[in-house]
Design a protein around this ligand. Structure first.
Ligand SMILES: Nc1ncnc2c1ncn2[C@@H]1O[C@H](COP(=O)(O)OP(=O)(O)OP(=O)(O)O)[C@@H](O)[C@H]1O
Ligand SMILES: O=P(O)(O)OC[C@H]1O[C@H](OP(=O)(O)OP(=O)(O)O)[C@H](O)[C@@H]1O
Length: 212
């Protein structure tokens, strides 16, 4: 008898791409869950249970083992630094983490840097020997340099539309981002066959569509 796999799925922009990928890999995920407000969705035919989580919380559910596996952006993995296995690069929700500022930005002593990713930002500037004051925000990060809260920001860039519309420029690229499949360390051992079978299906699909 195959194990039931508990999967932490991020609500929001990754979800549609992740569920599409899972369906293409042959998993029976009904269409009507895409617009549902249900938070726990059981799919007995696929022997899966989906836990619909806020993206930043996915590694927490997986580390604590309430989800066996999860889908999460590399940005969140780097920021949260949770004790989980990173199994697969799914090649979806592609973007990059960058340092951004106004075009006429000039270096100042101990600049303020606003970001949703304080750990990533602190580490980046520390490794470069630059002392900065990091200010944590939760969204609309691009506002910070426009209204004088911060000298620069560390945030995600995909198309560059947000930067362009707000007169900001990308100054340094920190790393590129895609979504990853992660696993709880104990689940990976206890449900190895099931998790590995899913990984294999996804890997073949990803290789054939060269998403990575
Ligand atoms: N502009 C973007 N383009 C592509 N991928 C993105 C973009 N912004 C974020 N992502 C990826 O999608 C993930 C989830 O982003 P989303 O905006 O749904 O999360 P969130 O803002 O944390 O969630 P919520 O809206 O629930 O607060 C990010 O962690 C990142 O990996
Ligand atoms: O380069 P682009 O294609 O414009 O995408 C980048 C924007 O997308 C994300 O914001 P999101 O839409 O998640 O909103 P937020 O400001 O609430 O984080 C990110 O924080 C940027 O602001």
């Amino acid at each position: 008898m195959q194990d039931i796999l508990k999967v932490a799925m991020p609500k929001g922009r990754i979800y549609k791409q992740a569920s599409k990928l899972f369906r293409e890999a042959g998993l029976t995920i009904p269409d009507d869950i895409d617009d549902s407000r249900k938070l726990i969705i059981s799919v007995p035919e696929a022997r899966m249970e989906f836990i619909m989580a806020k993206p930043v919380d996915v590694p927490t559910y997986v580390e604590y083992g309430v989800a066996d596996i999860g889908v999460v952006g590399k940005d969140v993995l780097m920021e949260e630094n949770r004790n989980v296995y990173e199994l697969l690069d799914l090649g979806i929700a592609r973007c990059r983490m960058s340092v951004i500022g106004l075009p006429d930005w000039e270096p100042v002593l101990n600049p303020r840097v606003a970001t949703k990713y304080p750990n990533v930002a602190s580490q980046y500037f520390r490794e470069r020997g630059q002392q900065v004051e990091v200010i944590k925000l939760n969204g609309s990060i691009e506002l910070a340099p426009l209204i004088g809260l911060a000298d620069r920001i560390v945030d995600m860039v995909e198309t560059g539309k947000t930067l362009e519309e707000n007169g900001l420029v990308e100054q340094e690229q920190i790393f590129s981002i895609t979504s990853r499949l992660i696993a709880n360390r104990v689940s990976y051992r206890m449900k190895n066959e099931t998790i590995q079978a899913l990984c294999d299906k996804l890997q073949i699909l990803i290789a054939s569509t060269s998403r990575v």
